[in-house]
Structure formats: C-alpha cells, structure tokens
Design a protein around this ligand. Structure first.
Ligand code: ZN
Length: 472
C-alpha cells in the first residue's frame, strides 16, 4: 500500500541533493540552518531504531540527506561544523494522531473546533514533529493545501499525511462533522476524499460494521489505510473487518461490555466496563493477542488521559500559546479537577499497562497527541510530553523514541526514508541542547528541528504561535 506521499518523497530523494526548495520569506524567517553541508560533532544519539544510545558520534548532513554517521568522521571541504558536546540528536518525530484544529466555544454547549492553520504547523515543527498523520479532519481541503504549501516551502511545518474528514453516522452532534446516511454514502465519501487528496481514512464512534467493511475495502483498493476511534464497533470486530489501526490505546475499546448491542455506541457502559476490567484480565490479553495476530497497529494518545492532580496545566508547557479566553478556561478546569480526578488516575494507570502489554506482545504501537478534548492538549508541547509519558510507562528511552519515530514511519510505509538517524535517510532530525540519552526530559531542550535538511529554530516557531492557539 504505497501512498502518493511516499512516492513523492521517493522522487524528492532521487532528484534531491541539488534541488533547493525555494522558501518564502515567511518560511525563511524561521530557518537557522539553510540546506547545505553540516557536520554535527561529538553528539549523543538516540537513533530511533530502539538500539542503545551512542556517544561521541558525528553526523554529516548533505543537502536533504544524512550522508554518514560514525565516530571521528573526516570533515568534508566546505562543511559547517556544529559542536554537539554535551548535546544530543534524535530523529524527527513521526506522529500518527495529530490534528490541525482546536476546541472552540459554541452556542448551546455543543462541541466544536476551529482550524489552526497558522499556529499548529509551526508548533508541531517547534516540538520536533517532522511527519504527521492528521487522523481526522474538519477542513480536508485546507489540510491538503497546507500539506502542499509546506512541501513547496510557502509555510513552515511538518510533512502531512492528510486524513479524510471523520466518517461517522449520526450521534455525536459535533458541529464540524457531517453524518453519513448509508453505507453507499460511506463508499462515495472515501472515493470523493481520495480524489481530493486525502491519503488516509478515519472512522468514528457511531459507524456501523457494514460501513466499516465497505470503507476498508474501498480505501484498501486505492492503496490507503483506515484507522478508527471506535465505540459502536469493538476492537475485535474492527480487526476482523480489516481495519489497519485503532486509536487511543484501549480506552475506546467496547469489547468488554457484557451485553453490548451490536453497532451501537454506549459510552457510559463502555467507560464502566473499562473501570471494572481488572488490569491483568485474561480477556484483555486475548484481545491484545488477536490484534497482534491481525497486524492491527494501535495508536497511543495516552497524554490526553493524563490526570490533572499534581500535573502541568498544559502538559509539556505552553500555556502561553493559548489566547486569553482559552488560557482562562483551561486553567479553571485544571484547578477544579485538583484532587477530584481519582477515576482518571485509575484509567490512566490501566491504560499504561495495556498499551505496554500490546507493545511487549509484538504489536506495532504508534503515537499521537490528539490536541482536542478540553483544550489542554496543545500541538508541539504535547508531543514532547508524550515522549516523557512513555518513559513513565516503563519504556526505555530508546524504545520511547522508537515509538514516536520509526514505528510511525513503519506504519506509513516510509521507513526506508525517514524515522531513524542512518546514512541515506532524509535529514529529519532534532538537535537537543541537553542529552536525551540520559534523561527523556531533554526533549524540552529542542534547539533546531531539521526537516528535509533545513534547520528551523524551535524557539522562533514557538514564539510565533504564542497567544494564537484558539484563534488561528
Ligand atoms: Zn483525534
């Protein structure tokens, strides 16, 4: 299932080393290292493969490509040397559940979201994301244009795998989602959005089994994958119907409702069933085994379940990124939840165990931050935080990095060009002021995000978005 996206990357790669993207003035204003020839010397590297960190390494970046990695490399003529003593490098993150929208206040208390086409691409790049899948869109045409604008150098941002709008039946009442009325309409929607430029598909809470079967078949025929944030369909049913990916770990699993009504989303029963399920339940073990056997990837968005008590207001920092109203609202909610979120803690802790069990059983665990919900999750900042939570879950630092880099690339079928620090891969990498091989919190010291061999100042990108999230 080769994506248009990876084909395009392949072309860029072959034509690349000489081709200099023409960057707009706007994009250039964030560039700290124009495309060229660089030697990063004496760096610690967590390379994305899951291997143990290496110290005192040199990396040669030539144009768009990582040319060499090793100890004491000869400095090519004309190269700019970057001294990395005490600093570190990891691959750019490849995240699979990101969005380009943020919650907004809507009349009558309904839930709605606004497109953040200005601030979010900058924040993602600032927070170390060089490739991302949008995992559900409210303005597909905007996401697709943005993807192209970024590739053309008009605006700074990560490479985007643009997902279709949420494919769902009537039920959630979200202002920006248009419910499907039939399975036939679901098929037409897949073809319509694939023609428009969507390269992945997302099903949602109220979809039926007949819809999902048809969506999987239609998308797969065209070479695209399908993921789901489910409720009406169990994870086991979805796996049997051929879905490629399941979102939110096991927190959206309705497999453990005793008397589940087929094709119906029963959120309260679902929530209770997970609270009641023992953390070491053999039923969960059996589900995990089934998903691994069916080669269904699972996306962790565990950061959205991070409790409030004793934790950051905006995980990863970044309260200043929000415009004033959003800042007040997020802060008020955080304050009101202090010491009142014990149930959140129960589910968060179970979730950690179940996702790790899936990984340890051989499943492809991928990652995304899902910046929606109550406005507390902010693009870029959340990506840094998620990496830290993986270590809190018991993953080693190299494993945590791999989940956020190579695993994403593997799912996107781009592991031959991105996801690790290896010769001949695209130079998508992060320069960190501190040593991430020693402490995962060094992720917050991102200095430069290299994307396709061009280095962007993380600080400048973050500052450009201050006060803008929620507005544009
Ligand atoms: Zn989402």
């Amino acid at each position: 299932m080769k994506h248009f996206f990876s084909l395009l990357l392949g072309c860029l790669l072959s034509a690349s080393v000489v081709a200099q993207t023409t960057l707009s003035q706007e994009t250039q204003s964030y560039v700290s290292h124009p495309r060229g020839l660089y030697v990063l010397q004496h760096a610690s590297i967590v390379d994305g493969t899951g291997a143990a960190p290496k110290t005192d390494q040199d990396i040669i970046i030539h144009g768009e490509i990582i040319e060499a990695v090793g100890q004491n490399l000869a400095v090519p003529e004309g190269a700019t040397i970057i001294d990395m003593t005490g600093k570190s490098v990891m691959p750019g993150m490849v995240m699979l559940h990101e969005h380009l929208f943020y919650p907004k206040a809507t009349p009558g208390g309904t839930f709605g979201v606004n497109e953040m086409s200005y601030s979010f691409p900058k924040l993602y790049l600032a927070g170390g994301v060089t490739s991302m899948r949008t995992a559900g869109s409210i303005m597909p045409q905007t996401d697709i244009n943005l993807k192209n604008f970024i590739l053309e150098g008009k605006v700074p941002g990560p490479k985007i795998d643009a997902t279709s709008p949420f494919l769902d039946r009537e039920g959630l009442g979200i202002l920006e989602i248009s419910p499907l009325k039939s399975t036939q309409q679901a098929i037409e929607a897949v073809n319509f959005y694939a023609n428009m430029g969507s390269t992945s598909f997302k099903v949602y809470n109220y979809i039926t089994r007949a819809d999902l079967k048809a969506i999987n078949e239609t998308a797969h025929k065209r070479g695209f994958k399908v993921t789901g944030h489910l409720c009406s369909i169990t994870h086991r049913e979805a796996a049997d119907l051929g879905i490629d990916n399941l979102e939110h770990g096991f927190m959206a699993s309705s497999d453990f409702i005793e008397d589940k009504t087929p094709d119906e989303c029963e959120p309260f029963k679902q929530h209770k069933s997970l609270l009641d399920l023992p953390v070491d339940s053999p039923k969960m073990k059996a589900l995990i085994r089934h998903l691994v056997d069916k080669k269904v990837a699972v996306t962790s968005t565990i950061n959205v379940f991070e409790p409030y008590t004793g934790r950051e207001v905006v995980p990863g920092g970044g309260l200043q990124a929000l415009y004033q109203d959003a800042r007040d609202k997020v802060y008020r909610r955080w304050a009101s939840k202090q010491n009142r979120d014990s149930l959140d803690y129960v589910l968060f802790n179970k979730s950690k165990v179940w996702e790790k069990a899936f990984h340890d059983a051989g499943g492809l665990l991928v990652a995304g931050t899902d910046p929606t919900y109550d406005g507390r999750i902010v693009a870029g900042y959340a990506n840094m935080r998620l990496l830290e939570i993986f270590v809190e879950m018991g993953f080693s630092i190299p494993e945590a990095v791999k989940i956020c880099t190579l695993n994403g690339a593997t799912y996107l079928e781009q592991a031959d060009t991105i996801g690790t620090i290896e010769p001949n891969k695209i130079a998508d990498l992060l320069i960190l002021d501190e040593d991430i091989s020693k402490d995962i919190r060094a992720i917050r010291s991102i200095k430069t995000t290299f994307r396709n061999g061009i280095g962007y100042s993380s600080e400048k990108l973050f500052r450009a978005a201050d006060g803008k999230v929620g507005i544009r």
